[in-house]
Design a protein around this ligand. Structure first.
Ligand code: ADP
Ligand code: MG
Length: 257
């Protein structure tokens, strides 16, 4: 089985029940303590089934980064339950959260966050440092991942020697290296020209078709239209997309089975 064939929808996860939802958020909220306190997130129920491609669109200040930080296990919610692959993340220590994040979530950010003095292969291999695998294995997985994103001819290139589109494809390869359950994208084309953006978006769509679960956060409504389904975030709440000026309604984002 090729490394980029992603985990099947139903499987026994360690320390967790069988679940076909990659993400389950129940009553999750996050309040920044301030002063003054800011309730940046207040969600009803959000379920993202395995194999979904969900885009979340919202204006500046609507809560996108806060939501990304919670889903990406970078920040803990103030209240509510977040299950990732059926695992209740509220029960985990900081170390366990970091390990879960490294194994289950691949991040692609607007700015590529590559190490400037490392080759493409080294950058991708770094994603597996936590896993305790040998350097040779890490490099081999990294080469496969770079091949998957169409960069097998750029293995030894430094980020400074690559175009923006190539750099973002390296970042996608890095996100894939640990065979995550979830690809979490934050404005992945924000720094790209439209041609490179198309290449990266087509790549993400291809990975989704191969079985990867994708959640993309963007303020670009054209990109939002690419997902299998789109919801809007407004004032920290997920809402059905509405005409400008219309009042946001709380929206239950449920699994479509
Ligand atoms: P977006 O990413 O959509 O621009 P954010 O999630 O960054 O939105 O912010 C949501 C709300 O929370 C905004 O009102 C913002 O001012 C506030 N906020 C974000 N980070 C903090 C923080 N560390 N402390 C206090 N308020 C914050
Ligand atoms: Mg933001």
């Amino acid at each position: 089985m090729s490394f980029w064939r992603h985990r099947p929808a139903k499987r026994q996860v360690e320390n967790g029940p069988l679940s076909s939802n990659v993400i389950e958020l129940v009553g999750v909220s996050l309040t920044y303590s301030g002063p003054p306190p800011v309730e940046a997130l207040r969600l009803a129920t959000v379920s993202v089934p395995a194999g979904d491609y969900l885009t979340i669109v919202g204006r500046s200040g609507s809560g996108k980064s806060t939501l990304l930080n919670v889903i990406g296990l970078l920040d803990r919610p103030t209240a509510g339950v977040y299950r990732l692959d059926g695992i209740d993340t509220g029960e985990l220590s900081d170390g366990e959260l970091a390990s879960l994040r490294a194994r289950r979530i691949g991040f692609v950010f607007q700015s590529f966050h590559l190490m400037p003095h490392r080759t493409a292969t080294e950058n991708v291999g770094l994603a597996l440092l936590y896993s305790g695998t040998s350097s040779a294995t890490r490099m081999s997985v990294a080469r496969d991942a770079l091949d998957r994103v169409g960069l097998s001819h750029r293995l030894g290139a430094l980020p400074t020697e690559m175009s923006g589109g190539e750099r973002q494809r390296v970042a996608v390869a890095r996100a894939l290296a640990a065979q995550p359950s979830l690809l979490l994208c934050d404005e992945p084309t924000g720094n790209l020209d439209s041609e490179s953006a198309s290449v990266v978006l087509e790549l993400i769509e291809e990975l989704w078709r191969d079985g990867l679960t994708v959640l993309m956060i963007t303020h670009d409504e054209r990109i939002a239209g690419l997902g299998r389904r789109t919801v809007e975030i407004r004032d920290g709440q997920l809402t059905q997309p509405t005409a400008t000026g219309e009042r946001a309604r709380p929206f239950e984002v449920q699994s479509r089975g």
